[in-house]
Design a protein around this ligand. Structure first.
Ligand SMILES: CCCCCCCCCCCCC/C=C/[C@@H](O)[C@H](COP(=O)(O)O)NC(=O)CCCCCCCCCCCCCCC
Length: 218
């Protein structure tokens, strides 16, 4: 259908995101940036399908994805194959503002850290969705997950805006439908499959960042 042009690649599927996170880890447990970014692209699709109230959130995520992609496609692309190689390269070459913003305000390391923190939110939120009941409120689940994670890194204004956006989240049933997986039991099963993968990617990144003292990059 002509009028639907472009809508197909905008369609979210949880399976697709699951697949990209599955492909994220190399044999020796390095995190491929390409797949990591692809996972985020899929999530942004989902967010966009929820409506324009979430535009300010998806805009920020897209901006960060773009920063990473520009490094992955830039002249030092070979160093941006995995999160591990990126951290090593940027640290070895003093490309990271470590204590306060300076000449490298958009390093790959600090940019990825923002998405990494958001991945923790996702992990908490999906787990709540997975164990939720029919009468659970997605807005409450989302707010709880947010308060436990990302909110701690956000100033008051952003927390307020996020809190207001959560209020207009669709209900659990609609939410499950947008995931394009099938009936609720299947969504729950799929979430159960996705979570360990997301957790592992999160934990490997967290350990790497902790080891290099990068968890508070400005
Ligand atoms: C489904 C509901 C979606 C709710 C999303 C929850 C996260 C709320 C985040 C609010 C961020 C507001 C935008 C601004 C953020 C920035 O200030 C802030 C700091 O950046 P800076 O240091 O460069 O200034 N940026 C960030 O923390 C990065 C935020 C990235 C958020 C990405 C959220 C993607 C959500 C994907 C939803 C997918 C749900 C999937 C269900 C199957």
């Amino acid at each position: 259908m002509q009028t639907m042009a472009g809508s197909e690649d905008q369609k979210f599927s949880l399976q697709e995101v699951l697949d990209t996170f599955k492909l994220c880890l190399s044999e020796n447990k390095e995190v491929y940036l390409e797949q990591y970014v692809a996972g985020w692209r899929g999530l942004v699709k989902f967010l966009n399908s929820l409506g324009s109230v979430f535009g300010f959130i998806s805009k920020d995520a897209v901006g960060k994805i773009q920063i990473l992609v520009s490094y992955m496609k830039g002249e030092n692309a070979s160093h941006y194959a995995t999160v591990q190689s990126m951290v090593k390269y940027e640290l070895d070459n003093n490309l990271v503002d470590v204590n306060k913003k300076g000449s490298h305000p958009e390093s790959g390391c600090r940019t990825l850290l923002r998405l990494h923190r958001a991945l923790r939110w996702l992990e908490l939120f999906l787990d709540r969705l997975r164990t939720s009941t029919e009468d659970s409120k997605t807005s409450a689940l989302c707010a709880e997950a947010y308060n436990e994670s990302l909110a701690q890194h956000h100033p008051w204004m952003i927390r307020k805006a996020a809190g207001m956006a959560f209020l207009v989240l669709p209900g659990r049933q609609t939410f499950f439908e947008v995931m394009n997986v099938g009936p609720p039991e299947q969504v729950v099963a799929k979430l159960g499959e996705a979570l360990p993968l997301i957790s592992e990617v999160y934990q490997i990144t967290e350990d790497l960042y902790a080891q290099h003292n990068l968890l508070d990059l400005p």
